[in-house]
Design a protein around this ligand. Sequence first.
Ligand code: NDP
Length: 315
Amino acid sequence: MTTPLRCVLLSETLDLARLFGPVLSEIADAVEVVTHPVREGAEAVRLALAWFPPADAFSRYPNLEAVCSIAAGVDSLLACPGLPPDLPIVRVVDPEQARAMSCFVLWHVIGHQRRFRTYAENQARAVWMPLGQQAAGEITVGLLGYGRMGAQVAADLAALGFKVLAWSRSERPPEAGVAHLHGADGLAALLPRTDVLVNLLPLTPETRGILNAALFRRLKPGATLVQVGRGDHLVEADLLAALDEGTLGAAALDVFAVEPLPAAHPFWRHPRIVITPHEACDASPQAVAAMLRATAEALRMGAPIPHAVDRRRGY
Ligand code: NDP
């Protein structure tokens, strides 16, 4: 029988033991979970599960070999000033989460296509007014990011007949129903054709602030923004100005620079903003446990860690 690998839970914002306790107990054969700060046996900690870890946490665990995010994104770990520069970072890859993201994005894209917001406004005034129907093929969705989430969203949108333009860093061959674009020229080609812009980028130094006034001005007039990446992708004042000028028609926001969104924030009361509380899709606790087990196994075998991110790229 193998000795379970010791794993510490590190978060300033979430009670990871409460959130993941039951599933972590199911992998007790592979992973022994301990709570930070570990008083005795800190040198035996080889793994961490983290979300916004405390800045000084990592220095207590000199023999850490990997840190796992509880999410698909790893920006909350990379932002930690105490993170050792060479420590491998692992992210959750969960096909069920990608399907949930796709359903969430479809809700907003179809809402744009079928004018749900106008019908809700009309209902509030008891106005019966058919607005006509647009075929899916008349709507172009511009996807920023074609990773695990973006690829699922693109496939589902294409299956429903929407036109899909997907922008990523790498050049890709054409695919059925999805046109691929990359680089600055690719973005320049995507924006003026886009009715609904969906942000599914990771937060990195290159993508921070990408949703700004200059980008909004290059979209089709009246386009809808679906912002499901990270709050710091968006320049908030530019969004409000673009909505007020009519450059953008509407925005669906799931992620924010400050979460929870403060009650006094102007987004809450803007008539053309739909807010959800960072709930587009969570990785399931089972997927988090599976990631920890796979990481522990790789460390034990000295094998490559599945779904370790490229720290140089930041995702
Ligand atoms: P992946 O790492 O699988 O994919 C990232 C994609 O973004 C890749 O296609 C990558 O390009 C592209 N990309 C990265 N940097 C650039 C750049 N500078 N220019 C152009 N394209 C770029 O991530 P996921 O699909 O798993 O997740 C994406 C993000 O979605 C997460 O990082 C997180 O921020 C957010 N998310 C939000 C959730 C929510 O509930 N709101 C839930 C889950 C995720 P390439 O393919 O060429 O490498």
